[in-house]
Design a protein around this ligand. Structure first.
Ligand code: ADP
Length: 655
């Protein structure tokens, strides 16, 4: 039975990625084998798990196996597994497209890094591609790495439980073809038509027995399932004069799971290799945490902190933990979300429990007390690790924070149980210097008269640095946290204090308490300007709840202040952008009585309180206050028109 072959085009991103792989990666091409063996090993795990839950899929004679076959004359290398295989649809979905939502962002990053390097002085394009392996590795492109060494790849596969098999083939040039055919056994067989071995190149000939052995040993030694290859051996039998050559199937890997070996026998390079096997990330991990828990529940945990953030981290459909669960060295499930909270989803690795049953399901895990205890311990261990890095390796920690801080801070919002501990290891930008600081450091530096930890929120450091809200405390030398990460808006909804000091927004309420003297002066002026303030409030009634004078402003003419505990304008904008109904949130407009703009308002009001000029001028003052704090105007074109009229005064203009 052979159905007609269909030709498909790769998704545009896949093509581009393939092109980059083939043309940018010059070193370590041998890692394609690690990637294919990892996929084969995953497929075997999946078959075992599937057979566990469905008797019809069970085969008592099945012995997991990954086979390498080499053909030096034909320049072929074959990697075959008897894992779960793929259906035709799965094949097209998995291997024709890259289903990760971060693909586009990743490619943009890659292109940007190329352009940036190209622009650099005297750098050639070759240098520009140097960062590609790192970035590609971080993205993890598994199967596609075959095209680094092969000019054509053929993949034949039959899915467990299905009779039809599918053959996929591609030259990596933008197209692939798929056809149905008959395959005797379940599993996947990948044939690489290798590029010519270049005697000048540092790369091994991938049909060479010794080379293949070495590569498997180096990158895949700990893979749990046997990686086998036929090897030739000479032996001299008893009675024979001449030695004869015999071929035999040999297992190339020692198959000893890394995490069960004693720590002092493991080199960091072993951990690093295992990390790549597990994650497809080709960068070295930043930290490796390996420990064994003994007592009522026994388990081993091997956790890794990556160096770089992966595009998937921000994928809203992938918010759960990425740890794998093993039971007595046997793989049970990937991405076991019960093992870690989502705010630690960048942590990779595994937990191997000695006590759980092999047939645990996601449902039973949800209520499993043992898993809950493991999770608690892992979170503590990770928080301790962060604390230690913060104390002893500040620079490394700051880099780690740049990569994963915004994910960790989700915990401040979501996780009541860990909020206080987590807050201790968070870093923040502040008005004092470019180096981020911890809240403890902030509290240490607080002025004696300072009653709160002040913050302003905004889109970026540049805009908050200029915010008029800072004027409330700048004269007193108080430090202000700049909360410029979108997640910070959520964080401050829940993180209300640190070590007894309240966190308060300068945009809200009476942030900067005035002295009695300031208060009576302000009240006196307000009495004097009662008419103006009343008229202004009536004019701006759609936008603000009140217009009053301010003693907090030094340089700006006006500022908008929200109610204590109210939504910040940024959060309001975010909620609206995400389609949520947000009740109208009117703020107070505070005017600076000693600013010339306010003097001008007084004149206009005195001349004719009903004139369009007065009202347009007020609109401009309100719009200016919005722009100054980095908020959006509701009607920018009207604002621009009023400004234009102000710059070129004519009949009826606000000037
Ligand atoms: P990754 O392994 O990082 O997900 P790959 O491009 O290597 O990315 O593989 C994509 C998908 O194709 C895998 O997630 C898996 O579902 C499927 N796949 C790859 N190789 C095999 C194989 N040998 N057997 C079964 N499925 C496979």
């Amino acid at each position: 039975m052979t159905a007609q072959a269909e030709t498909h085009r790769f998704q545009a991103e896949t093509s581009e990625l393939l092109d980059l792989m083939i043309h940018s990666l010059y070193s370590h091409k041998e890692i394609f084998l690690r990637e294919l063996i990892s996929n084969a090993s995953d497929a075997i795990d999946k078959r075992r798990v599937a057979a566990l839950s469905d008797e019809a899929l069970r085969d008592n004679d099945w012995e997991p196996q990954i086979r390498l076959e080499r053909d030096p004359e034909g320049r072929k290398l074959i990697i075959e597994d008897n894992g779960i295989g793929m259906s035709r649809q799965e094949l097209v979905d998995n291997i024709g497209t890259i289903a990760r939502s971060g693909t586009r962002a990743f490619l943009e990053q890659l292109r940007a890094s190329k352009t940036a390097t190209k622009k650099g002085k005297g750098k050639s394009e070759d240098v520009a591609t140097e960062s590609a392996p790192e970035l590609i590795g971080q993205f993890g492109v598994g199967f596609y790495s075959a095209f680094m060494v092969a000019h054509e790849v053929e993949l034949e596969t039959r899915r467990l439980g299905e009779t039809e098999a599918t053959r996929w083939s591609s030259k990596g040039d933008g197209e692939f073809s798929v056809e149905s055919f008959d395959k005797e056994s379940v599993g996947t067989r990948i044939t690489l038509l290798l590029r010519d071995a270049d005697p000048e190149s540092e790369h091994a000939d991938f049909t060479d027995e010794y080379a293949l052995r070495t590569i498997v040993k180096k990158y895949s030694d700990f893979v749990e399932h046997p990686v086998q290859m036929e090897v030739e051996r000479t032996e001299t039998k008893e009675g024979d004069e001449e030695p004869t050559t015999v071929t035999e199937l040999q297992t190339l890997n020692s198959r000893k799971p890394l995490w069960v070996r004693p720590r002092n026998e493991i080199e960091q390079s072993d951990y690093d290799e295992f990390y790549s096997h597990l994650t497809h990330d080709w960068n070295k991990p930043l930290r490796t945490i390996h420990f064994r828990a003994e007592g009522t529940h026994e388990y081993t945990a091997l956790l890794y902190l990556p160096t770089q953030r992966n595009a998937e981290i921000l994928d809203p459909s992938k918010q759960a933990s990425r740890l794998s669960l093993y039971v007595k060295k046997v793989f049970v499930m990937a991405e076991c979300e019960e093992l870690l909270p989502g705010w630690l989803r960048f942590v990779r690795g595994l937990v191997d429990s000695s006590d759980l049953p092999l047939n645990v399901s996601r449902e039973t895990l949800q209520h499993n007390r043992q898993i809950a205890q493991i999770r608690k311990r892992l979170v503590k261990k990770l928080l301790d690790t962060f604390g230690e890095m913060l104390k002893k390796e500040r620079e490394t920690y700051a880099e780690f924070w740049t990569a994963f801080g915004s994910v960790l801070k989700e915990g401040l919002y979501i996780d009541d149980a860990h909020r206080a501990e987590l807050a201790k290891v968070c870093l923040w930008q502040t008005s004092k210097g470019a180096e981020p600081c911890t809240l403890a450091e902030y509290v240490d530096r607080m002025e004696p008269d300072q009653e709160a930890i002040w913050y302003v929120t905004g889109a970026d450091r540049h805009s908050v640095e200029k915010s008029p809200h800072l004027e409330a405390v700048s004269g007193k030398g108080h430090e202000v946290l700049f909360l410029v990460d979108p997640v910070d808006e959520w964080v401050v909804q829940r993180l209300n204090e640190f070590e007894g000091k309240p966190l308060r927004s300068l945009e809200q309420g009476d942030a900067a308490a005035e002295t009695d003297e300031q208060k009576s002066e302000r009240e006196e002026q307000e009495k004097e300007l009662e008419g103006l303030l009343g008229a202004a409030q009536a004019s701006l009634d759609d936008y603000v709840s009140k217009v009053r004078l301010s003693s907090r402003l030094k340089e700006s003419p006006a500022v908008l202040v929200g109610a204590e505990g109210g939504l910040s304008p940024q959060l309001e904008a975010m909620l609206r952008a995400s389609g949520q109904q947000v009740p109208a949130n009117k703020r107070v407009l505070e005017l600076n009585p000693s600013h010339p703009v306010v003097s001008r308002l007084k004149e206009l009001h005195a001349a004719d309180a009903d004139s369009p000029r007065f009202h347009q001028f007020l609109e401009l003052v309100h719009g200016q206050a919005l722009l100054a704090e980095g908020s959006q105007l509701s009607d920018p074109s009207r604002f621009a028109k009023l400004v234009g009229e102000l710059l070129a005064p004519g009949e009826g203009s606000p000037g």
